[in-house]
Structures are given as C-alpha cells and as structure tokens.
Design a protein around this ligand. Structure first.
Ligand SMILES: CSC[C@H]1O[C@H](OP(=O)(O)O)[C@H](O)[C@@H]1O
Ligand SMILES: Nc1ncnc2[nH]cnc12
Length: 290
C-alpha cells in the first residue's frame, strides 16, 4: 500500500474509524517517545490513511499526558502531510449549540506544562503560527461537513479555540474571561498539537464537535465529562462520515498548503551545522533538506 498522506487524530469518543479497510497496526517508536497508541493504516474509499487515537484506546492519557510530539513525529515518519484533528469542545457562544460542528481557524494557548517544540538543544526554528490552521484543508472539511451533515446540525467556520491545561473543567470566572477574550470554543488538546504539526510541515485542521456550554450559560447545565462523551457519541458516526468524505475530496485535489514549507522561513540552524545526534533526532522533520 502507498504511504498515507492523510492522518486522522481521533479525540474523546472517536477511538477508531470503522470504514478503514486493509487495516495494519504500526508500533512506531520516535526520538520523542511512543505515540498514544499504535497507528492504524489502511484505505478509506481507496485512499491510504493513517489513524491515531489521541488519548489511546480505552482513553488512558490526560490532555496534559498526551505524547503530542511523539504523535506528530510518528505520523510524519509514516508520510502524513495533512492532519485532520477531531475534538470534543465546549461552546463559549450562544449560537454554537451542542451537536453543532465547528472548524476553528485560531487558537489561544493557555496550556502550562507541555513540550511546545521539536526544536532546541542544537537546532533552532521559529515557524509562523499566524494562521495555525491550513485554510485549504479547512475548506475541504467544510465541504465534507456540508455534504454529509443532517439539516439540524449547523456548521460554523472560523472560530477561536481556547486550549486550557485541564484536566478539570473551568471555573465560571474563567469561562466568562475566555468569552471576554473572544474565544468561541474551549478544549484541552489542540495545543501544542497544532504548533507541532506546523513545525513538522503538516497541514492541520480541526473538526470540532460541540458537546456542551461549558459553565458560563445561565440556563444550561454545567459541563461534566459524561455529558461531553455522551454528546460526542451522538455524532461520532457523523464525524466519521465527514472524515471519509474529506479524505475523498482531499485525494482528488491534494491542495497546496503553506504549512508544507513552513521551515523554509523558520529553520535557522542549517542541518549541516547540527550535531549528528541532533540531525538524527529531527530526521523525519528535516528530511527535505538533508
Ligand atoms: C471528555 S471531555 C474533555 C476532553 O475532551 C476533549 O478532548 P479531545 O480534543 O481529545 O476530543 C477535551 O479537550 C478534553 O481533553
Ligand atoms: N467545556 C469544555 N472545556 C474543556 N474541554 C472540553 N471538551 C469538551 N467540552 C469541554
């Protein structure tokens, strides 16, 4: 089978994609440790694809414990160029209702204790995150959602996702504060995932499934994990259908993405000046220039 150019990271409630055929499981070790689980490769509508569950099968990693660097590095080393990230999110705005689908374009990163970069220790890069989401990939996702969604599910394109450390949900004061900073949805995982995907020159876009109103809403119940998972389960099948459609659309176009050359303007240390062990550590990321 050809290398998978498309990778899907499944979040809470999405631990597999049932329609993947010719499944193979890969245990991928990386210089940044083991990913959350095996990487499943196979074909979806005839297109090679890789799937990884972000929290592991059986949901075993807290958002702070997810090995984000290993996950992104492992997908990169299998040949992935486009990452579709599926995530459960809370809504910080009245019009974003539970069970709606949202395609965020921006992130506010309030995480505190996660490795943020592949670089450092002898290899320096500063990539641009001004547009952290690949808008070409996002527009494919939007088309896929429009094609498969039922009429009562709304699609919202272009929200701001605030990423908190968790694992606890927010206080009401925090929830109101996030609203005041113009955040639209809230989650615990898309950062540093999106940063690392950019450093790895992979196009990244999130399909966010609204599960709750966090705790700011005067009339709605405060979020708890069961509520979020139950609501996610209610549209997990739709999420899989969106992903399947998006994969078909992507494979018909392979859109250009600025993410694919992010290190051209970002990598400062020339590979020739890196120590051999540093070059080896970053091999999958800098292969294009070796
Ligand atoms: C179980 S609700 C909270 C949990 O769900 C989201 O994870 P993911 O983005 O992987 O779907 C949220 O960020 C929290 O980690
Ligand atoms: N309200 C919320 N806060 C943080 N992460 C979430 N994931 C789903 N709902 C959430």
């Amino acid at each position: 089978m050809a290398q998978p150019r498309i990778g899907v990271i499944g979040g809470s409630g999405l631990y597999q994609i049932a329609a993947i055929e010719q499944v193979q499981e890969h245990v991928v070790d990386t210089p940044f440790g083991m990913p959350s689980d095996v990487i499943v490769t196979g074909e979806l509508s005839g297109v090679p694809v890789a799937f990884l569950t972000r929290h592991g099968r059986g949901h075993k990693f807290l958002p702070s414990e997810v090995p984000y660097r290993a996950n992104i590095y492992a997908l990169k080393s299998l040949g992935v160029e486009y990452v579709i990230a599926v995530s459960a999110v809370g809504s910080l705005q009245e019009h974003l209702k539970p069970l709606d689908m949202v395609l965020p374009s921006q992130f506010i990163d309030l995480t505190k204790q996660r490795a943020q970069s592949f670089f450092g220790q002898g290899a320096i890069a500063h990539v641009s995150l001004a547009e952290p989401v690949c808008l070409a990939l996002q527009s494919v996702l939007a088309e896929a959602v429009q094609t498969v969604k039922p009429a009562d599910v709304a699609l919202h394109v272009g929200a701001t996702y605030v990423c908190i450390e968790g694992p606890q949900f927010s206080t009401q004061a925090e929830s109101h504060w996030y609203r005041s900073m113009s955040a639209d949805i809230i989650g615990m995982t898309n950062m540093p995932e999106a940063r690392l995907a950019r450093e790895a020159e992979m196009a990244y876009a999130t399909l966010a499934l609204v599960t709750d109103y966090d705790c700011w809403h005067p009339k709605e119940a405060h979020v708890n994990a069961n509520m979020a998972i139950m609501n996610l389960m209610r549209n997990a099948e739709q999420a899989q259908a969106v992903v399947a459609k998006a994969i078909t659309l992507l494979a018909a176009r392979w859109p250009e993405s600025a993410a694919h050359t992010a290190l051209d303007a970002g990598l400062i240390t020339s590979p020739a000046d890196m120590a051999p062990e540093v070059r080896e550590r970053l091999a999958a990321l800098i292969a294009r220039r070796l």
